[in-house]
Structures are given as structure tokens and as C-alpha cells.
Design a binder for this molecule. Structure first.
Ligand SMILES: [Zn+2]
Ligand SMILES: [Zn+2]
Length: 114
């Protein structure tokens, strides 16, 4: 599988772990090459775990498993976050907001105070 962004093909390292990162983006398993990791904010581009907001997700049949916390379910799509007041389906936006609130521990206090 090539890098989803630049199309570079993955090469197996002689030893040790591959520097390539895995993730889920737009409901699909993707790979990010080391060059693209350095070139842009690839983490912001990936779907996130609704529980721990991690990006180490594994695509399964109809679901996504988080390799950090082990939760299985639907990830928060990166494309849906940040478009909260742009219309779309109200149910989904609400779900995302609830999930984010859970992730952030209901921290509603603005930064800079305290
Ligand atoms: Zn790349
Ligand atoms: Zn998680």
C-alpha cells in the first residue's frame, strides 16, 4: 500500500520498525511515509478514536479498533470536526460534540484562566 498523500511505495526496513505510520482516514486504512510525516500535520488529517483521541486506529469490518485504548467503534472523522456550524446532519454533529466532550474530560474552561 503506498502513502495516501504522495503515493510513495513502502519499502521494508532491513531491521527494526518501519518509520511509516498507519492510520484511518475517511473510513479507510492509510499509510503515511516518513517524508509526509515531516512535511505536514498528518495527524490532523486522520480519523481519531472517540475515547482517547488517538490516531493509531485499525480498520476492521465496519468498525475501527483503537490500538491505544482498545475501544472498538466508529471513529471521529477528521473531516467532520471543525465543520460544526456548517450545517450537515444535526445528529452526527451532536454525536461528535459529545464524543469530543468525553475526550476532553468536559474541560470547558477557556485556556488562560486558572
Ligand atoms: Zn508520502
Ligand atoms: Zn483509543
Amino acid at each position: 500500500m503506498p502513502c495516501y498523500r504522495c503515493g510513495t511505495r513502502q519499502v521494508d526496513p532491513d531491521r527494526g520498525e518501519s518509520p511509516w505510520k498507519r492510520g484511518v482516514r475517511g473510513d479507510r486504512q492509510v499509510l503515511i511515509c516518513p517524508g509526509c510525516q515531516a512535511a505536514f500535520d498528518w495527524m490532523a488529517d486522520l480519523d481519531r478514536c472517540p475515547v482517547c483521541a488517538g490516531i493509531r486506529l485499525m480498520r476492521r469490518l465496519g468498525e475501527v479498533e483503537c490500538r491505544d485504548c482498545g475501544s472498538v467503534g466508529q471513529p471521529i472523522a477528521a473531516a467532520d470536526v471543525g465543520d460544526a456550524d456548517g450545517g450537515g446532519s444535526p445528529g452526527l454533529a451532536e454525536e461528535v460534540e459529545l464524543a469530543l466532550a468525553r475526550v476532553l474530560g468536559k474541560a470547558r474552561r477557556p485556556a488562560g484562566i486558572g
